[in-house]
Unconditional design. Structure first.
Length: 596
């Protein structure tokens, strides 16, 4: 039985007085009731019948920015959540549909479900305040391992457009300390209508806390990890779903022109501007925002991740009962292995290995995979957004083993990057390659502790560590049999220097910049007049070369931050020349040579 089955019920008196009076009784609900005056018109769920291939029509609708539901309609039909503007567009596409349902306050739906009971009213979905109260209860009852964290304050993020903060429960054996342990994130309700997903998060919190003293396996997991569980990410939208429209998906930003909301799971900065990202139409339910990371909710996640540097991610959504992996359009060198991992995760969740690529890009789990190098997946749970509450509790029990699976997943390669001289942690770029090809984007290790971790299949890999001003290092590792490898890196500083060969009249001389920033423009400046400060605004540097006779040549540095020029030397002996290299915000030493 789910550990959430002890939820308090509502009295018949509360039911008879109506859900509106229940919500207005709380301080935060007053603010929401006032803000809900900006409510957009309720959405409608429609069912489109098509004679075409359902998969092709589904792809057309998704690419056109429609909120297409997965796994909730029969053959040759597609269910879509639509606004009035969406339906106008569908009409222009000569598509025909029937209305299946209308959006309305979920509090009203829940009251109907609970009506007719004389003795004991069945439990129902929790309000946002009740979820926070449960997190506080866990902290009070298990203070050594549980702590509710205000992410907005702790990570210097802005409040939401309605003034709310986002919270997570941290679970760890030394919960008040930041330890060098794998950091694991479980997050729910980026899409606020998916009410089943906070139930899964709350169940996981309770299982970890409740079983810590009695189950040695759970105790080992809590002791060995820093576990963060955020039950509701889209906090404004969650309240709006209860009070106004149970079909609402986005946040509650007022976009003007009677349109509201950004799809938070299309607003993350990684892959935001690719062809497979979210819609650019403000009225679309998958609108990706005016710019990447524009929303307080996504900014909170980015700030949070900058510090905690999550190693493992499960992002709960609904519906479909399947796991999602990798990217939709962009390439990842380990896609086939990530697919195998998604199958294993789906099996652990009780979904028989069902999985698929994502519908779009710019999603939270993709950001964690691409920018952070995390073992990151999305799980679509249940077959409905708001099933009967008993069914949601049963789903939480079914899915719980997937969280255990992720916590138990061995990390093949890990270590700490430090300054060799001081021993202080150092943040660097990490590029993981197969010996024969590049795998993905470089990612960074943790800025606070210098820790890094890499999830890799069996095989041989090149791991390159680099940072401006530091000598890069490349190490070859063999991942065999799932045995974890520890590789600590001590980085040595390297000066941004310019070397030059002898200047022989009438011949070519080699000039080489070393230890520059890799893969960016570098300039070789030279003058025949002499030293003197010369400002170059575009590079934000001062050169030790006189301006009247200044000239330059541009190159792109290689992966090691090196660029080389061959300079034709005038066929005259005794000519004095000054040379200096530069990149953005940095200059090399100055070389003063005379032709021989």
């Amino acid at each position: 039985m789910s550990s959430l089955s002890l939820l308090k019920g509502l009295s018949m008196c509360q039911l008879f007085c109506g859900w509106a009076c229940l919500w207005l009784a709380g301080g935060s609900s007053v603010a929401i009731a006032q803000s809900s005056g900006n409510a957009s018109r309720p959405l409608e769920r429609i069912r489109i019948a098509t004679d075409q291939s359902t998969s092709k029509m589904r792809a057309i609708l998704i690419n056109s920015g429609f909120d297409v539901l997965h796994g909730q309609s029969a053959d040759h039909t597609i269910d879509v959540i639509t606004s009035a503007r969406d339906r106008e567009q569908l009409g222009s596409m000569n598509l025909h549909w029937t209305v299946v349902d209308h959006g309305r306050p979920f509090a009203e739906i829940q009251a109907e479900r609970q009506s007719g009971f004389v003795d004991e009213v069945p439990d129902g979905y929790w309000t946002l305040d009740e979820i926070y109260a449960e997190m506080d209860r866990l902290e009070t009852e298990y203070p050594d391992i549980c702590k509710r964290i205000d992410l907005t304050d702790t990570y210097s993020a802005p409040p939401t457009v309605e003034g709310r903060h986002i919270y997570a429960l941290k679970i760890s054996d030394n919960v008040a300390s930041a330890e060098d342990e794998p950091s694991v994130l479980v997050v729910s309700a980026h899409h606020c209508r998916e009410l089943v997903t906070p139930v899964l998060a709350l169940h996981a919190m309770n299982e970890l806390a409740r079983l810590y003293e009695t189950d040695p396996d759970i105790r080992d997991l809590v002791d060995a990890n820093e576990i963060w569980i955020a039950p509701v990410w889209n906090v404004d939208g969650y309240e709006y779903v209860f009070l106004t429209d149970n079909m609402w998906r986005k946040n509650r930003r007022d976009l003007g022109d009677d349109t509201f909301g950004v799809d938070l799971n299309r607003n993350y900065p990684f892959l935001w501007d690719t062809p497979c990202s979210g819609s650019t139409k403000k009225s679309s339910q998958t609108y990706k925002g005016e710019s990447p990371n524009s929303e307080a909710e996504t900014q909170t996640m980015v700030n949070f991740s900058d510090v905690e540097n999550f190693d493992k991610i499960i992002d709960f959504h609904s519906s479909g009962r399947e796991s999602l992996y990798a990217y939709r359009c962009d390439f990842h060198g380990l896609t086939s292995w990530l697919e195998d991992e998604a199958v294993a995760l789906s099996e652990a969740a009780g979904y028989d290995g069902k999985h698929r690529p994502p519908s779009a890009q710019g999603e939270q789990y993709q950001y964690q995979l691409g920018v952070r190098g995390a073992h990151s997946f999305l799980i679509e749970t249940h077959e409905e957004f708001q099933p009967e509450y008993d069914s949601a509790l049963a789903e939480a029990v079914t899915v719980w083993p997937s969280i255990v699976w992720m916590l138990q997943r061995e990390i093949p390669l890990s270590g700490v990057v430090t300054d060799a001289a001081s021993g202080d942690p150092l943040q660097v770029d990490i590029q993981v390659n197969h010996v024969h090809h590049e795998i993905g984007n470089p990612y960074q290790n943790g800025q606070m502790r210098g820790n890094y971790r890499a999830f890799l299949p069996e095989g041989q890999f090149e791991i390159r560590f680099s940072a401006p001003g530091w000598k890069s290092q490349t190490h070859v590792v063999d991942v065999v049999g799932g045995q974890p490898i520890a590789l600590n890196i001590a980085m040595v500083t390297s000066a941004f220097n310019l070397d030059a060969s002898t200047l022989v009249a009438g011949e070519d001389a080699a000039f080489t910049i070393i230890n520059g920033k890799p893969n960016v423009a570098a300039f070789l400046f030279y003058s025949l007049q002499g030293p003197g400060m010369t400002y170059v605004p575009s590079l934000q540097v001062d050169l030790d070369l006189d301006h009247p006779r200044l000239a330059s040549s541009r190159m792109i540095t290689d992966e090691d931050g090196t660029a080389e020029w061959m300079v034709s030397i005038p066929n005259r002996v005794g000519v004095q020349a000054w040379f200096q290299g530069a990149q953005f915000a940095q200059t090399t030493n100055t070389i003063n040579r005379t032709t021989e």
